[in-house]
Design a binder for this molecule. Structure first.
Ligand SMILES: [Zn+2]
Length: 404
């Protein structure tokens, strides 16, 4: 069993402990101690990070994990392997932990305000490195969010103490005012009280006063499902970092616009319209090009009976070439277009031509080697020969098939 010092004093950053167990798992070293100031991942709050040092070794703790009554410190080991009975000195990554405490307390305030103002219940909570999220039963809009943020800010400034009470059995007067019901708990039930703002069961770590939260800022909210809305928010020092990241993104994006005046969403709309215009123009030009190219090809078509054979060594990529070829034969009855590049061959016919392109390609492959397939109207693949030679052979085979 590991004694949880973070419950007695969440501000304790350094202490000594004794090693109870050591194991190697998932490529990391896991150390179990008789007591710890490291909070283990749980209740939406991430596990603590920091350093555990003993005589001849140092563990850089990347995560802290709870297993029943035990708490494991998981990380990278330098030096010798610790052994049972070793005395170690442990030191928290205080910025990480303190910010998590600010986020966690901020969540209590935000959830309490959403309950008070709109009767919304918080069902899920998770702290991430860059932001936090909660899930509530919506609906929500920006006016509601702003009102809630202003109310939260008022509570923060009031410097309301955050206190912890522990109960073996919850008295009825406490049960009556809980924001959230108690779910399964091992041992004592911890109740977190923020003055008369919020009384809720919680196993996380919190700051001493609402003032320490600093700032609560909602970043975004969206509907996740029927009666389920997600709110992303951020508190404390992370709020400043996150807002700067978003504002930098905003202003730098605007700086990159032809017209640099806000709002950005208007500029994006303009760019979209410009793009649409350009795409339409490209399409017009493409069809113009196809028309000229088609005329030039027809000019040197070879007639076989009622049919026209057109050959072309192409540099376009297959997608463009195929779009052109399909358009070309559809406009020219009785025509076959045999197209070859360094990378592919493409045979396309007008439906009036009584020869299968798939069969034609197979005959060319049988003679020159390669692979491919398709339908009666269109066949494509790779042939192991120079494009000019492929077209010569294809033309020969097509002639045979047409004259048969
Ligand atoms: Zn909490």
């Amino acid at each position: 069993m590991t004694k949880r010092l973070y419950y007695e004093d969440p501000y304790l950053r350094e202490t000594e402990a004794r090693v109870l167990g050591v194991r190697e798992k998932t490529g990391k070293t896991w150390v179990r101690l008789d007591k710890t100031i490291f909070y283990p991942e749980g209740g939406g709050q991430p596990g603590d990070r920091g350093i555990i040092e003993g005589d001849g070794f140092r563990l850089t703790v990347e995560n802290t994990i709870e297993e029943g009554e035990d708490i494991w410190h998981v990380g990278r080991l330098e030096g010798r392997k610790p052994k049972e009975g070793d005395i170690v000195r442990m030191r928290l990554d205080w910025e990480w932990r303190y910010e998590n405490m600010r986020q966690h307390t901020g969540q209590h305030i935000l959830s309490a305000v959403l309950k008070k103002l709109y009767d919304l219940d918080t069902t899920g909570f998770q702290i991430f490195e860059s932001h936090n999220k909660i899930e509530v039963n919506g609906p929500l809009n920006w006016e509601m969010i702003e009102k809630a943020e202003l109310e939260a800010s008022r509570l923060i400034i009031k410097d309301i103490p955050v206190t912890i009470e522990e109960y073996k059995y919850l008295p009825d007067d406490i049960v009556a005012i809980l924001r959230k019901h108690v779910t399964k708990v091992k041992g004592k039930i911890r109740i977190v009280r923020i003055g008369d703002v919020d009384v809720t069961p919680c196993g996380g770590t919190h700051v001493r006063s609402t003032r320490e939260v600093g700032l609560i800022k909602v970043l975004r909210f969206y509907k996740k499902g029927k009666n389920l809305w997600r709110i992303e928010f951020v508190c404390g020092g992370r709020a400043i970092r996150k807002l700067n990241e978003l504002l930098r993104d905003y202003w730098e994006s605007l700086e990159g616009m032809p017209n640099k005046n806000p709002p950005l969403r208007e500029r994006v709309k303009e760019l979209r319209e410009t793009m649409k215009g350009l795409e339409d123009r490209i399409d017009e030009l493409r069809h113009e090009l196809w028309r000229w190219k088609g005329e030039a090809l027809l000019g040197r078509a070879q007639e076989v009976g009622h049919y026209n054979i057109v050959t072309l060594v192409e540099k376009w990529d297959m997608k463009n070439a195929q779009a052109f070829a399909v358009d070309f034969v559809s406009k020219n009855p009785g025509t076959v277009l045999l197209l070859a590049s360094e990378k592919y061959v493409l045979f396309v016919r007008n439906e009036e031509v009584p020869v299968s392109m798939k069969e034609l390609l197979q005959r060319v492959i049988d003679e020159l080697g390669g692979k491919g397939g398709g339908t009666d109207n269109l066949a494509k693949g790779r042939v192991e020969a120079d494009p000019e030679d492929v077209l010569e052979v294809a033309k020969e085979k097509l002639r045979e098939l047409l004259e048969a």
